[in-house]
Design a protein around this ligand. Structure first.
Ligand code: ADP
Ligand code: MG
Length: 246
């Protein structure tokens, strides 16, 4: 792949004796939106944890811009342009919307992260106007969708080259899912690559150019999102022969 930003090569991961990933080969080009689908427990969040340094990897297993991230601490990986919107959002309760964003921006400045586009509060509020109205409101009194917007804004303030999103749509109403997914092309237009972990397959397909399906820690499907049929996805999701894209 030309212009490869993220590459995993034979990526394995364990939690103690339990092996969660078995030799994953995944690539994401600069500026590309890739979806990662798969049932609960397939290993999607584990893969993201390996890329963000929350789980250890061996040299060469995770390459970012051609360099191995093995041995780097999570904050050093943020410095190299990777930000995550974690499952469950993990905002700072008791702080307002703007304070949550401020903490993220200050942290990003301390790390001097930001080879990517120059995100500011104003641009985050432009992306999600409702956050501007709620800027002085404590995050716990926001709706789930609004909290998800704060989590995305917080990640963007690190100016990532690569944004990892873990189950953005989980537990949210269709209307707000639509609003959040409508923001993704705006983010991608800045040249930020994205990995979208998503259990809603149609949503994942519409939002991405390529997709990978994981099943029990292995890639069971790699395909162009617009071309792959429902039957192949179902087989990859629940078991059956693996399919590869030429
Ligand atoms: N902290 C952990 N300790 C032990 N096992 C874990 C831990 N986190 C995840 N697992 C296991 O690893 C596998 C993959 O989990 P995960 O990556 O969270 O899946 P997904 O995000 O696709 O739902 C599952 O079998 C899960 O039970
Ligand atoms: Mg998960």
């Amino acid at each position: 792949m030309t212009n490869c930003l993220l590459q995993t090569r034979g990526l394995t991961a364990r939690y103690g004796d339990f092996q969660a990933l078995f030799g994953l080969d995944i690539e994401v080009a600069a500026g590309e939106v890739v979806a990662l689908i798969g049932a609960n427990g397939a290993g999607k969040s584990t893969l993201l944890k390996c890329v963000t340094g929350l789980l250890p990897t061996r040299p060469g297993m995770v390459m970012l811009g051609g360099e191995s991230i093995a041995g780097l601490a999570p904050h050093q990986i943020v410095q190299r342009g990777v930000a995550m919107v974690p499952e469950g959002r993990r905002l700072f309760a008791g702080l307002t919307v703007e304070d949550n964003l401020q903490v993220a921006r200050d942290h990003a400045r301390r790390l001097a992260s930001g080879e990517g586009p120059g995100w500011t509060f104003e641009r985050v509020y432009e992306l999600f106007p409702v956050l501007s109205e709620k800027r002085r409101v404590a995050v716990e009194s926001l709706s789930g969708g609004q909290q998800q917007m704060v989590a995305i804004g917080r990640a963007l303030l690190c100016n990532p080259r690569l944004l990892l999103c873990d189950e953005l749509s989980l537990g949210l109403a269709p209307k707000v899912i639509g609003e959040i997914y409508a923001a993704l092309p705006v983010i991608a237009a800045e040249g930020t690559a994205m990995v979208l972990v998503e259990q809603d397959v149609s949503l994942a397909q519409r939002a991405s150019s390529r997709l990978y399906c994981l099943l029990e820690g292995r890639v069971t499907l790699h395909a162009a999102s617009g071309k792959v049929g429902r039957e192949a996805i179902t087989r990859a999701f629940f078991g059956g022969a693996a399919h590869a894209m030429a």
